[in-house]
Design a protein around this ligand. Sequence first.
Ligand code: AMP
Length: 369
Amino acid sequence: MIKLHDLHFKPFISEKEIDATIQRMVDEVAAQLKDEIPVFVGVLNGSFMFVSDFVKKYPKPCEVTFIKLASYEGVKSTEDIERLIGLTQDLTGRTVVILEDIIDSGNTLAEIHRIFENENVKELLIATLFHKPEAYKKDFKLHYIGIDIPNKFIVGYGLDYDGLGRDLPEVYQLKTTQHMTNFVLFGPPGAGKGTQANFLKETYNLVHISTGDVFRSNIKNKSALGMLAKSFMDKGELVPDQVTIDMLNAEVEKNAGANGFIFDGFPRTNAQAKALDQLMDEKDSQIDAMIALEVDDEVLVQRLLGRGKTSGRPDDADERIIRNRITEYYKKTAVLKEYYMAQDKYCGVDGVGNISEITERLIKVIDKL
Ligand code: AMP
């Protein structure tokens, strides 16, 4: 995710994909033009990266030149007219290939056709790296198209937002929803996730979703979901992924306007972590960090047995079930540390001490994010 001026943008098209697309376009143009020496005409400013990469890949001799859009005041003082300038070379009888970074409404293309009307070129071909079919309002033929994209604002690879972003080697898309802060509170059963989440949600004005709590409230209400979950929870096993993922998605949807979420007890498997990434992506957002409370197993068992005396939770009352929950954690959940480490999002916090001490440690980590 990047911020340019006041707006946030998310990664959209990678350098690798752009490179492969340009290679394909070069191959198409070269196959069509054979031994003819074309004049490639870039439309500044946006096309400078595309033209540079395109002609470097072009396998045969070619000429390269540029034209540039300049704004003039129109007949009415409120109206700006865009004109292309810089076409100084005689192009009579030449095959001209226009290299555009992006074609959306087609207004620039109309201007290109206007200035080439009297140039007596042999052929005028149009090649564009990006094309927005939904926005295109003209009938001019586009001979070579790189990638069709939705009608959303993009920056990078020559394209700017108010002057910034042209230098980025990949393309980013404007985020349409507000910026959210989301983190996963991680750790084995009894690490103190629920306790700490209650403080953190107040401090950062976030919505706290504990999948364990949602299951327990379903059990209390005797819903079908609750009955299904109970059979697993009573043994200290995990509820199946798809059931849990569907429930989590519904909980997030219920809080559409949230500033962000603290996920507690979710994800617990690789499949859940992937589903959470996908859900965040659909919301134009992401998981900012996994914050893990690190506590020794024997401390966990003692804590959970202690909690079992008052919590009324059947899975806290029996040491065998507690140990099974911890085993499930190491078997299925602990691997998620690597998942988030690979994304540079893992932050470990010592989870032993008194409650307010641990809250302070967490706040220190979160404030640095
Ligand atoms: P917790 O309150 O987080 O300790 O969760 C209590 C129990 O609910 C777990 O032992 C599981 O049976 C079930 N559960 C909670 N979250 C999940 C999850 N993300 N995936 C599967 N099962 C879960």
